[in-house]
Design a binder for this molecule. Structure first.
Ligand SMILES: Cc1cc2nc3c(=O)[nH]c(=O)nc-3n(C[C@H](O)[C@H](O)[C@H](O)COP(=O)(O)OP(=O)(O)OC[C@H]3O[C@@H](n4cnc5c(N)ncnc54)[C@H](O)[C@@H]3O)c2cc1C
Length: 294
């Protein structure tokens, strides 16, 4: 199918894009990598009157170190650039681990970090990782700028805190290396498909292996990626042994209330989310380079 008629703009500057967004609001859609927008337009699931292509705007694509040790990533940064970035691997290794699960490399060559976040598919990897990493989102409109935390950004299925006249310009990812460990697991029917369900975990351990802080996110099991607070609390202060990990998995399954669809039943998603969490925790505890296996 072909999309419904639309007017096309290709601004050179963020200000020009913001003016257009302010002018057209709900009638406009930003075009980033086009990997979600174009299929949706072709299937006529969305019919924007105006498409604002932000690919020509300089300065929206970058991966930069921040003075606090974290990362700033421009919204138009391609997913493939993140996947290949040594700086991302050093600073936010969970993101490097998760990106290859997105579709196929052809999709990641075009798809952007901002597009994935703004589209906010509940089974998408980047939103789940950003929630786990306590990422902040910089949003701009012609009225000014604001910062939204990941926990406040994902509102519901394909719905975020972005207002119609707002552009996601950059994300800020805190540094998570040192005594942090990470794991990422998902299950899908075929390589490159969207996840049926998945989990991202971060553990901050002391020298004796006691968990100082844990973060667990389930995705594909509700309208948004979700932090699993009961399981996180259970692990904090523990040695994250096999019993602790099983209990965390049980708490996650108990907390979820997913839907059934043609891809998987609710019960499957609920049970497998727990398994994904357990495996992601096991992965996080694997010896890192230079460490002795216990
Ligand atoms: C075959 C296939 C398989 C895929 N598999 C996966 C997968 O396994 N996991 C996964 O996560 N994704 C998958 N995707 C989707 C892919 O990751 C997309 O790249 C991503 O969802 C959207 O990014 P984009 O840059 O292409 O955005 P676009 O498609 O250009 O835009 C998506 C939406 O976000 C809005 N938008 C984009 N950028 C901004 C911005 N800066 N500010 C405000 N709004 C903005 C657009 O208006 C639109 O509504 C797949 C896509 C395809 C075609």
């Amino acid at each position: 199918m072909k999309p419904a008629r639309f007017d096309y703009y290709s601004p050179d500057s963020p200000n020009e894009a913001l003016e257009l967004l302010g002018q057209y609001g709900d009638d406009a859609k930003i075009l980033a990598g086009g990997q979600s927008l174009m299929p949706m337009m072709n299937m006529r699931l969305v019919r924007p009157k105006v498409v604002i292509d932000i690919n020509r705007i300089a300065g929206l694509s970058h991966i930069s170190p921040r003075p606090d040790g974290g990362l700033a990533v421009g919204a138009m940064t391609r997913q493939r650039e993140l996947e290949r970035s040594a700086l991302v691997l050093e600073t936010a290794p969970l993101l490097s681990l998760a990106i290859p699960y997105i579709g196929h490399f052809q999709i990641r060559n075009r798809g952007t970090v901002g597009g994935s976040l703004a589209h906010s598919d509940p089974a998408a990897e980047i939103p789940a990782v950003c929630l786990t990493l306590d990422t902040e989102f910089e949003l701009a409109s012609s009225a000014g700028e604001r910062t939204v935390k990941a926990e406040d950004f994902f509102l519901n299925h394909l719905t975020t805190a972005l207002e119609p006249a707002e552009l996601l310009t950059q994300i800020r990812i805190p540094q998570t290396v040192g005594n942090w460990r990470w794991g990422f697991q998902e299950v899908c029917r075929r390589d490159g498909d969207f996840a049926l369900v998945g989990a991202a975990t971060m553990l901050r351990l002391d020298d004796r292996g006691i968990c100082l802080e844990s973060r667990i996110t389930a995705f594909g099991a509700g309208g948004t990626p979700m932090r699993m607070n009961a399981a996180e609390n259970h692990l904090s202060g523990s040695s994250v042994n096999a019993d602790d990990r099983s209990e965390a998995a049980r708490l996650v399954s108990d907390a979820l209330d997913p839907i059934s669809d043609i891809h998987a039943s609710a019960k499957y998603r609920q049970d497998v989310a727990g398994v994904m969490v357990r495996r992601a925790l096991e992965q996080a505890l694997l010896p890192m380079e230079g460490e002795d296996a216990a």
